[in-house]
Design a protein around this ligand. Structure first.
Ligand code: SF4
Ligand code: SF4
Length: 239
């Protein structure tokens, strides 16, 4: 008698949008999420109690629910998980208040893994979500520091809301009003040595962060390579 293995994914999935993407491709992405070593520690099933939703700040302001994330993962609903990777996961604030889950789940952690997979595959949602951050990444890599006051422009970070326009408009006034040196400059808040920048670059290189950047922003990746090429050569570090 022959035995056949029933594939749990192949039971008539309901297509949750994105019909142009094959089920096989969506399934591969979910397999990658599941294979992450953190995944077994982040999901133990779901009581559907809603505790995570009650404590989640993002659920209060967006159409987002950590319970939906945990349940979709627990049910291995490949279609819904793909939809969440294209939409929901970018609403999570990564505050991990959902660790209060009585089942021991970590919906925010599942979101972290889903985001990493989305970035590694250059998914449209990842490109869009990270669009405004290319300037920050470039700034970190070229100066070692993050945001400088001259970056407070209304079009630089649309998700910062309308106040940025107001701050930007009165930036000179703000600088005069606030005494710390960092606010009087348009360049950086503090000096970072070349050695530190080099270490940062090598860490990004070795951990695959630069590959992820290439997936979501090829232009930025090229600029970073150019910026660091000379420094690597000077230090005798081979790529
Ligand atoms: S980590 Fe994300 S899902 Fe969890 S409570 Fe915070 S915003 Fe909500
Ligand atoms: S708190 Fe935990 S068990 Fe309750 S709905 Fe959220 S993930 Fe499920």
């Amino acid at each position: 008698m022959s035995t056949s293995v029933v594939d749990p994914y192949l039971k008539a999935p309901e297509v949750a949008g994105y019909a142009d993407v094959s089920f096989e491709e969506k399934r591969k992405l979910f397999e990658e999420v599941k294979q992450d070593t953190r995944y077994p520690d982040y999901l133990y099933g779901c009581y559907e109690c809603g505790v995570c939703v009650a404590v989640c700040p993002s659920a209060r302001f967006y159409d987002f629910s950590p319970r939906r994330i945990a349940q979709a993962a627990a049910r291995e609903d490949v279609e819904l998980l793909y939809q969440q990777m294209q939409e929901d996961i970018w609403e999570c604030s990564q505050c991990f208040s959902c660790l209060r889950c009585p089942r021991g789940n970590n919906p925010g952690g599942i979101v972290t893994i889903m985001r990493e997979v989305a970035v590694r595959h250059g998914m449209a949602s990842a490109r869009e979500a990270l669009e405004g951050y290319s300037r920050i990444i470039y700034k970190i890599m070229s100066t070692g520091t993050q945001v400088s006051p001259d970056m407070l422009q209304p079009d630089a970070f649309p998700d910062w809301g309308p106040e940025v326009a107001d701050v930007s408009e009165h930036l000179k006034l703000w600088r005069r009003a606030l005494p710390p040196e960092t606010l009087h400059t348009t360049s950086t808040g503090w000096d970072v040595s070349d050695r530190t920048l080099l270490e940062l670059y090598v860490i990004w290189l070795e951990t695959g962060v630069l590959d992820m950047i290439r997936e979501v922003d090829e232009g930025l990746h090229m600029i970073l390579e150019e910026v660091m090429e000379e420094r690597l050569e000077e230090e005798g570090i081979e790529r």
